[in-house]
Design a protein around this ligand. Structure first.
Ligand code: SAM
Ligand code: SF4
Ligand code: SF4
Length: 340
């Protein structure tokens, strides 16, 4: 029998954070003023090894997980990532391995990642305006590097590529249309994401959120769109095609209403933090320490029973409760530790 939680949600996805380090300092995730030069990230011995990640993933796969997403921090900063991907591809029941990256190091690594078994990539890109880009990610980096990364990923066979764009009020609303202008003739999928109250360091405030309704209104000032049906059960984005004069453009749009129209009832995602904790909600403040079990010699069967017990007791529905209770001020794990 498949493993389900208290609301009958199966465990289907595992997001694995392979590093807590990042070469960006996005203000909504890892603000530069907090994560300065002297900030102490996890030491090597506290980070799961590839062997430990693979061993745990096998156990998750036996419990129902079929989709893996590699994330971070910035996952491409983890040395020899293609070795891990290769190990994960050989696990029975795993049908999909994807990666979420800021794209800066993608160009030089994508071919090897694809050879190792990477199936899909999501690249985060919040704007095409160089000034705003630097302002958001707190570093003086060139957008052209991300665009070449996207192109290399396409050439390496990862098309369509999802482009994640977090919209923050008075920061990058202008990017909504310019991203469509840029990508509408490619097969890529632009996904606009409402700014979320993950973690505490970003000092999130509801007034900074641009709702999916507003995002769609902005899109419609220039483009006609046609709703598309969900491509699988539990898909979090509302999908649209973009109407052109002679039909539709190749590109697609997705809007993710994490704040204004939450989707907890379909949430099948589990997360493994860099230091080996199983976390069952993006807004959790704690997790189940699996690294401890691995390192004290617990058997796979025992670890499996712990995961089973943890998931079967899961009652997470933070986003549905956000507006009802004042939960956003709770202490939470930070986004870069969880991977999104
Ligand atoms: N560094 C990689 C990247 O940026 O793609 C992977 C990790 S990042 C934490 C994963 C995703 O979370 C990115 O698409 C990022 O834009 C998104 N994200 C981070 N903080 C967010 C927030 N407060 N609200 C919404 N999305 C957020
Ligand atoms: Fe780094 Fe991704 Fe967080 Fe930006 S969103 S600081 S790129 S982990
Ligand atoms: Fe899933 Fe938690 Fe997000 Fe709800 S709030 S969709 S339970 S991660």
């Amino acid at each position: 029998m498949s493993l389900t939680d208290k609301y009958n949600r199966p465990i289907k996805d595992l997001r694995i954070s392979v590093t807590d380090r990042c070469n960006f300092r996005c203000s909504y995730c890892m603000p530069a003023e907090i994560y300065g030069e002297s900030y102490k990230f996890l030491p090597k011995e506290k980070i799961l090894t590839f062997e430990e990640i693979t061993r745990l993933t096998k156990i998750f796969a036996e419990l129902g997980v079929t989709r893996i997403r590699i994330t971070g921090g910035e996952p491409l900063l983890r040395k020899d990532l293609s070795i891990l991907i290769n190990q994960l591809t050989s696990i029975k029941n795993i049908s999909d391995i994807s990666l979420t990256t800021n794209g800066f190091l993608l160009e030089k690594s994508v071919e090897e990642l694809v050879k190792s078994g990477l199936k899909r990539v999501t690249v985060s890109l919040d704007t095409l305006d160089q000034k705003i880009f630097n302002q958001i990610n707190g570093r003086n980096l060139k957008i052209s590097k991300i665009l070449s990364g996207i192109e290399s990923a396409s050439n390496a066979g990862l098309s369509p590529i999802k482009i994640n764009c977090v919209i923050k009020k008075n920061i990058n609303e202008n990017s909504i249309l310019s991203l469509i202008d840029h990508f509408k003739n490619t097969k890529n999928i632009i996904r606009y994401i409402e700014y979320m109250d993950v973690g505490n360091v970003n000092k999130w405030d509801l007034s900074e959120v641009v709702s999916s309704k507003k995002i769609l209104e902005i899109i419609k000032t220039k483009y006609s769109v046609k709703p598309l049906s969900a491509s699988f059960k539990g898909e979090v984005a509302n999908r649209y095609s973009i109407v052109s004069e002679n039909g539709i453009y190749k590109g697609e749009i997705g809007i993710i209403s994490s704040v204004t129209n939450p989707f907890c009832s379909n949430c099948t995602r589990s997360r493994l933090t860099t230091d080996g904790k199983l976390v069952t909600c993006l807004f959790s403040n704690s997790g189940l320490d699996l690294k401890k079990e691995l390192r004290k010699g617990s058997s796979n069967d025992f670890i499996k029973s712990l995961i089973k017990d943890y998931w079967s007791k899961r009652t997470d529905r933070y986003s549905e409760l956000r507006s009802k209770k004042n939960v956003s001020k709770n202490k939470k794990i930070e986004m870069y530790q969880l991977g999104g």
